[in-house]
Design a protein around this ligand. Sequence first.
Ligand SMILES: [Zn+2]
Ligand SMILES: [Zn+2]
Length: 347
Amino acid sequence: MKACVLSTYKKFEWKEVADPVIGENDVLIRSNYASICGSDQHIFSGDFHPRTKLPLIPGHEFMGTIEEIGSKVLDFNVGDRVAVDPIIWCGKCPACMRQHYPACTSLKLLGVDMDGGFGQYVIARPGMLYKLTPNISNIHGSLVEVLGIGFHSINRARVKQGDTIAIWGTGKVGHSILQAIKTRTEGQVFLIDLIENRLQLAKKAYPDVITINALKEDPIKVIAEYTHGDMVDIAFEAVGHDSSGGGTVNPVRGCINSIRGAGKVVVLGLGDEPSPVLFKELIWKEAKIIASRVSHGEFAEVIEHMDKGNLKPEVLITDIFQASDVQEAFQLLKQEPENHLKIILEM
Ligand SMILES: [Zn+2]
Ligand SMILES: [Zn+2]
């Protein structure tokens, strides 16, 4: 098969590699479309070293068609179109013993810890597969994983009808949270970012959201004005780094300052720097901070909403590239983050 192989950091090669061989409990997937994630950009740059072992075929957001099934596999057939949940948990650690799989201490992902969907074929276990309905196109199927991140975060926060929301960061994750939120609450949503294009992209899809460019306005002030000082019920942090340089406030602290008394802050951004948080501000509100990592079976929820037309996956996609142009795709994401959100690779 051919695959996008990362042999040295910052350099992809589209080249011939050995076909994967399945065992009796495995399924062989023909990867059709794979979506490039922010984590892939970090893997590409070497930030995940030494967790990533090179050469690696990345890709943890993808869909494909079942090409071959192991002799012991039931429930699936050759030709089924599936979204692939890339998570592999150990089943034995304290978190897994409590069925809290996203917190597995030795959690592994296809495309991070082992070869993934940027190759034409990939091995998966049946428990990782979710059948796509006929209403869902192959391209949109490759976005089930990232939208699952959004749904997991709103499930962690127990978002309910009427809740008002602030989302800090409107990159791939922020947009996914927004889409999930819009299936659950008609409460006012505020979006905060430093990149105007991303805010406008969201505004075009959901005209009733209030966008705040933190380079131009103080988000806390704007939210206070709109809500007459009540602030929002839940704030999501999907920035992942301290962008207070340039912006008016650090995102995590901004989240704490955007919520009402007894509100909730959900953190998803995977930054490497500590966030300056004044805990007194959290304590005064007797607020909750909730962490959200990957997803926990929300693939089913995403597929159900996608099937009914409740989501707008097309909004996330700015480009579709041939897999052989993978190097160019990664360079564009780095050089022009304001012009590209999701780049999908056609495998
Ligand atoms: Zn991802
Ligand atoms: Zn575990």
